[in-house]
Design a protein around this ligand. Sequence first.
Ligand SMILES: [Zn+2]
Length: 665
Amino acid sequence: MRTWILIFLCAFVTPLISTPESRDLIRITNATRDDVRNIEHSGAWVNYVNRTGVVVEATVNQQRALAEKGYRIEIITPDITGIYERNFQESDGRYLTYAEYCDTMAVIATTNPAICRLETLGLSYRGNLLLMMKISDNPQIDEPEPAVHFEGDIHGDEKIGWAITFELLKYLVRNYSTDTIVTRLVDSREIYLLPMYNPDGYISSSRYNGNSVDLNRNWGWMWGDEISQGASPFSEPENQAVLAHIWRNPAVTFVSYHAGTTFISHPWSYCYSYQNAIPELNLIQFLSARYDHWTHYTYGQGADSMYLINGSTKDFDYGYGMMGWSIEVHLQKTPPASEIDPCFNLNLPAMLELIHLAGKGIHGMVTDVLTGTPVPCQIWVRPADWLSYNSPTVGDFHRFYLPGTYTLTFRAPGYRDTTIENVIVPATGDSAVWLEVRLTPDSTAPLFAYRHIYNSFVNPSSNRTYPVRALGPRDSTAFLLDNGKTICLDMGKPVYNREGSELVIYRSSGTASAQVQGAQSWQGLWVTLGTASAPETYLDIGSAGLDSVRFLRLTASGTFYLDAVEGVNTSGITTDKQRQTDHQPPLRIFPNPARTTAVVYLNPPTQQPATLKLTDPAGRTVQTFTIAGQSRTLSLKGPDGRRLKPGVYFLRLNRQTPVRLVISE
Ligand SMILES: [Zn+2]
C-alpha cells in the first residue's frame, strides 16, 4: 500500500482577512428565470430557480433594493455567509487555506513524480497561483492519450467544488498502482485537475475574482449583457490562463464544479433549448445521464433548468469541441467539513466513469505526409457538422462518440482538406476507433479563420447561427454578426504582408458592412485594416502599416453575414516563430513567499547538474545549490546557518534571468 504523506512545508500565518459582507439565503417568491438578470443587477448571487421562485444570497441592502423593485422576499437562512465562514474555519484542516493548499500541491508533486506534474497556469488578478496538477504516467511528456479536465471553485465561495476536485487528486495519487481501475485510467489518460480556479475568491469567500468579475461570465462564447462580466471577453488573467491551457491541451470532457444547488448543467447556457440545442445533443445527454446515474443530480440544458448565462465556460468548451458542464454538487456552497467525504464519494464513480468514457469514440494522430511532424488542425465531423481540435504539439485527437458511422474532415491552414468517410465506432469491445491521418501540404490552399476566440452575445430568438460557421474557407454557411456586435478570430498562422492584398472577407448575403481590425496578438493592439462592404472585400495589411496579422476582429453595421475570412498562404516561405516560442518560465518556485524551505521546478529538466544561486538584492551570493533533473527542495539559510532575514531575494539558474523569491516573516 502506497502511503501518501501529507506534510505542510511551511506553517503560514494566515493573514487577517476582512470578513465578507453578510448575506442571507432568501427566496424571491414572485420571480421566475426571466427575472434572473434583473435580480443579479442588485448584486445578489442567484443559486437556483424553481417553481417556488428564485433562491439567492443577498445582503440587507440588496434585499431592500429588490423589495423596492416589487420582489417579495422570504428569508430561508439568515447570515448564510457566517455559516459558510464557520464551516470553513472549524473544519479541522479539511478546508485548507490557500497557502496550505499551495504547499500541499507542491508536496504531492514532489513525492509522486511518476504520475504528477505541477504546473502554474498563471497568476490570479491579485497575484495568487493558479495551480494545475496533471496526473498521468510519464506526466512530463505530452502523450497521445485522451485528456480530461476537472476544475473547482471558479466561483470562489463555492468551496465544496475545490474540496471534491482536490479529493479526486488525492484519491488518484493514493490508489495508483494498487487499484487496477485507477492505475489503468492514470496510465491511459491525461487527467488535468485545477481545484482552485479562483484563489482570490477562495481567500475572500467571494463569488468573484479580485477584480470583482464573475469568471463564469467572462468567457468568449456569446459574451456580454451580464453584470460583473469584466471589461472585455477573457479580460481576466485566470480565464486567459485557462484558455491558453485549453489551446495547448484540448480535453474530451471538461467539468467545472459549482455549488448552491445540485444539477448537471450542459450547454447551451446562452439560449433555451427551444431556440437552439447543441448539434450533438445525444452525446452530451448520454454522458450527462451516466453522471446522473451515480449522483441523481438530474441533468439538462443550462438555460432551461438553471437560467440564461452569456460568457460561460461550458458554452465555450462546446464551441471548442469539448463536452463541457457546470456540475452543481451541493445545496450549500461551503458545507460543514463532514459533508466533504459524502459529497466526494457520491461523485467519485461518476468522475471515474467520465475519465473512462473519454477513451471511447474517435481517436487518432494527424501528421504531415512529408515530414511526419504533427499538424494542428480542425476536425469536422458529420452528420452533426461540428468541430474539435487536436493537440497542437503532439497531433493526437480524441473525441467521445456513440457507436455509429461518421464522416470526418481534417482541415489545417496550408494543407489540403482530407475527408475520411465511413468511420465506424463499434458497439462492441472498447467502442473506439484509431485513425492515422496524413495531411498533404498545399502552398496554394488559402489560410482561413482557424478558431473562434470571442464574440458578442446574440439575441437567440432572432439569431440561431453559431460563430464557428465563420471558420474554415468560404462555404456560404455564415455566422450572422448582428449590428454593433464583434467577433474575434484566430487565423492560426500569421498572414504576412506582400504586394497587393492578403486578406479576403466573404459576405454570403445581405448588404451590411463590417469594420475589420487586425493584430498580432488576440489581446491587441488592434489596427484598422478597412471596411468589408461587398460580397468579397480585399484588404492590404501593408497599407495599414503592418508586417503580419494573425488575429482579426470584425464589428458589424447592420447584420453582416460572415461566411469566411481567407488569407494568402505564405507558410512555405516564412517559418512560424510563434509556435516555437515556449512561454513557460524556465524556473518556478513553491511556495513563494517562502520561509525556510522552497521547492524549485525546472522547465525543461536539466540532464547535467546545474547551479542555482540565491542572491540578495545587492547581488551578494547568499547560498549556492546544485540541481539535476526536474526539481529540488531547498533548505534556505543565511551564511551564518540561521534563518534568512525576511525580504526579497533572487534565484538564478546558471546565467538565466533571475527569479524573485520572497522570504516572509
Ligand atoms: Zn457557481
